[in-house]
Design a protein around this ligand. Sequence first.
Ligand code: NI
Length: 171
Amino acid sequence: MAVLPIRKYGDDVLRLPARPVAEIDAALQTLIDDMIDTMYAAPGVGLAANQVGVSQRVMVIDLSVGKRAGECHVFINPEMIDATGEITEEEGCLSIPDFVEVVTRPERVKLRYQDRTGATREMWGEGLMARAMCHEIDHLNGTLFVDHLRGLKKDRILKKIAKLARSGMWG
Ligand code: NI
C-alpha cells in the first residue's frame, strides 16, 4: 500500500490511450490498492491508472472518499455500453489541481467491466457517479476535462496552467 505521485496536465502519459489489462495478477492488485490509497490521500473521488503513470485500463471511484464501506468501485477494462440524459455541472481533476469548470455529461451511464476478481459486471451510474465514470474513462482514452471546454473558458485555464508551469509551480 502506497500513495503514488499524481501526474499533472502536460505529462505525456495522460495523453496516451491506456492499454487493456490482459491479466489480473498480483502486480495489478498492488496497483489497485495503491491507486485507492492515492485517491483517498489526494483526496479525490476517482483516479485512472495513467494518472499514476501506468498505461493500463484500470480506474477507481469512491464518491465517499473512503468514508463509507462498500462504496469503492474498481473498474478494469471498462466500456460505456449505454448513456442517457444530459447534465451540466462543475468538474475538476487531480491532474489539473485547483481548477474547476462546467462540463456537460450524460445523466446516467452503464458500464461493462471486470471487477478485481476478474468477474464481468455491469453497473449503472447516475449523477455524480455517471460524471466520475465518464471522466475516468476519458482519462483511459487520453482525454482530460479541459478538452471538453471551448473558447475563452478553455483559453483561460490553459493560460493559467502555462503560467504556473513557467513559474515552476506545476508538475
Ligand atoms: Ni481526472
